[in-house]
Design a protein around this ligand. Structure first.
Ligand code: ADP
Ligand code: ADP
Ligand code: MG
Length: 481
């Protein structure tokens, strides 16, 4: 087993990984920037190393500083979490060069999967279903028009190195091709340092269905079932659930096998996710995310597999604790990403001091959080502060449980997207279970959220709990003075 693990990340995911380390008896090291001096994950760790100023380009993204922190503290493993270094194969290679285990997939698999063009090529060769299109970088708009004409408009222009929903543009007609192609290429260059852009058929209102996979270094690789992630804004996920209601059991088993094929083709081990679009009985491989994902807890809830723990075990060279037939699905799970942003104002980030904080609990409720009462949520990083996850015997009960947990969740002093989640959990289309990636615009969800927030304001919101919390705060304040 690894003897000490450094977590090259912050916030809720750093704590999630440290929790798994603690259960395995592995001591942990946190690295932190100026902006994270008072963050929960730094307090949770056994050791901490300051790595620089608040901007991530000067701290969490400086490979040398993280390697140095690992060497100084004697950590023999680094877990990258998600974002930051997680999909950076140069960093993984640097870990290897310094005899540190990068707790993730092999460098070559990361390299392959970070190029959407290369990975798509390799998937086609292996027989994985992909979206129609070309697997070469397009620089000339006349050629782009020819290809688009052949595929049929609308088409998608996609940055090969893109991620986080950035560098994906729908083109409706030849008139705007030249302009759009130039725009995406420039954006791809400035965001990802690579202007390779390719063309894909546009799938109208698809479902985003993904499969969790995990493998070890001994040739064992399994899938841990699907997640439906179609509640998205700007191609980014807000709510995830499992099992997906959109796919049949037959398609589910087929997609699971395709996910394993995709991973095996890349010589994969450790945790990863194969993302697919699903539409009318057909599914298409999108990309593989070579890391633990934000939404991994819903998979843990319905299968009982502790993915962070398995990652640490695989990184330690151990065999997987599970065979494919051991993975049994039970019940239903939903995750709401709790973001510090204003849903009434185009999801604008709203950092600030959390004056009041009470987490929900009780049966089937899990909160993965990096925040606490009095914490000053920094403006420098992702706006996600916590994740609320529920499990129940079936989907209707999971929705009722989520509503109850959202009602209990008290966050004061800053705006959050909790009202958005409350509206979705009460929405008949979401309740019906079949919704696609155009769910938010097609169902006027944002108008409903704004109306709901105005109503709540006039009715005083969740008054009883707020009053009780204020009373507790007053007692605490009095006892401290
Ligand atoms: P998922 O939600 O499926 O895990 P996301 O695409 O939302 O994947 O990314 C997870 C995290 O990684 C997010 O916090 C996001 O900010 C970050 N991230 C993903 N891709 C990029 C990128 N290209 N550049 C910067 N951050 C990214
Ligand atoms: P990223 O690396 O930014 O996550 P993906 O390729 O995974 O990029 O796509 C993100 C989202 O964009 C998908 O979940 C889907 O909603 C949409 N998308 C991507 N490709 C297409 C396509 N060809 N047709 C329609 N929607 C697409
Ligand atoms: Mg994606």
């Amino acid at each position: 087993m690894l003897s000490k693990v450094l977590i090259a990340n912050r916030g809720e995911i750093a704590i999630r990984i440290m929790r798994a380390c603690k259960e395995l008896g592995i001591p942990t090291v946190a690295v932190y920037s100026d902006a994270d001096k008072t963050s929960l994950f730094v307090r949770y760790a056994d050791e901490k190393v300051h790595i620089g100023p608040a901007p991530s380009a000067e701290s969490y993204l400086v490979k040398e500083k993280i390697i140095e922190a690992a060497l100084d503290t004697g950590a023999d493993g680094i877990h990258p979490g998600y974002g930051f270094m997680a999909e950076n194969f140069e960093f993984a290679q640097m870990c290897a060069d310094n005899n540190i285990e990068f707790i993730g997939p092999p460098v070559d698999a990361m390299k392959l999967m970070c190029s959407k063009i290369d990975s798509k090529k390799s998937m086609i060769k292996a027989g994985v279903n992909v979206v129609a299109g070309v697997t070469e970088a397009i620089t000339d708009h006349e050629k782009a028009k020819d290809i688009a004409h052949e595929i049929g408009y609308p088409i998608m222009l996609k940055a090969s190195a893109g991620g986080g929903g950035i560098g994906i543009v729908k083109v409706d007609s030849a008139d705007v091709m030249e302009e759009e192609l130039e725009k995406v290429r420039r954006l791809a260059k400035s965001s990802f340092g690579d202007d390779a852009v390719f063309i894909e058929q546009y799938i109208h209102e698809p479902h985003h269905v993904e499969f969790q996979i995990i493998g070890d270094k001994h040739g064992n690789l399994i899938h841990v079932y699907d997640r439906e992630c179609s509640v998205q804004r700007r191609n980014q996920k807000l709510i995830e659930e499992t099992p997906s209601q959109a796919i049949s059991q037959e398609i589910r088993m087929e997609m699971g096998e395709q996910a394993k094929l995709a991973a095996n083709t890349a010589g994969y081990y450790n945790a990863g996710t194969c993302e697919f679009m699903y539409k009318d009985g057909k599914y298409y491989f999108l990309e593989m995310n070579t890391r633990l994902q934000v939404e991994h807890p819903v998979t843990e809830m319905i299968t009982g597999v502790d993915l962070a723990r398995e990652m640490l075990r695989v990184g330690s060279g151990l065999e997987l604790e599970y065979k494919q037939e051991d993975i049994k699905v039970k019940g239903h799970s939903i995750e709401c990403r709790i973001n510090f942003e204003d849903p009434a104002n185009n999801f604008m980030p709203c950092p600030g001091t959390i004056s009041r904080y009470a987490e929900p609990s009780g049966p089937g409720v899990r909160v993965d959080s990096g925040i606490y009462q009095g914490y000053k949520f920094p403006p420098y990083y992702d706006s996600m502060g916590a994740k609320l996850i529920v499990w129940a015997e079936d989907r209707p009960r999971a929705i009722e449980r989520m509503k109850r947990a959202l009602w209990e969740f008290q966050i004061g002093g800053v705006k959050t997207n909790i009202p958005f989640h409350e509206v979705v959990m009460n929405d008949p289309v979401f309740k019906g279970g079949i919704y696609d990636t155009s769910y938010i615009p097609n169902n006027n969800i944002m108008d409903k959220v704004i109306k709901y927030m105005e109503e709540k304001k006039t009715q005083g919101g969740n008054k009883k709990i707020a009053a009780a919390m204020a009373a507790v705060e007053a007692v605490v304040a009095a006892s401290q003075s």
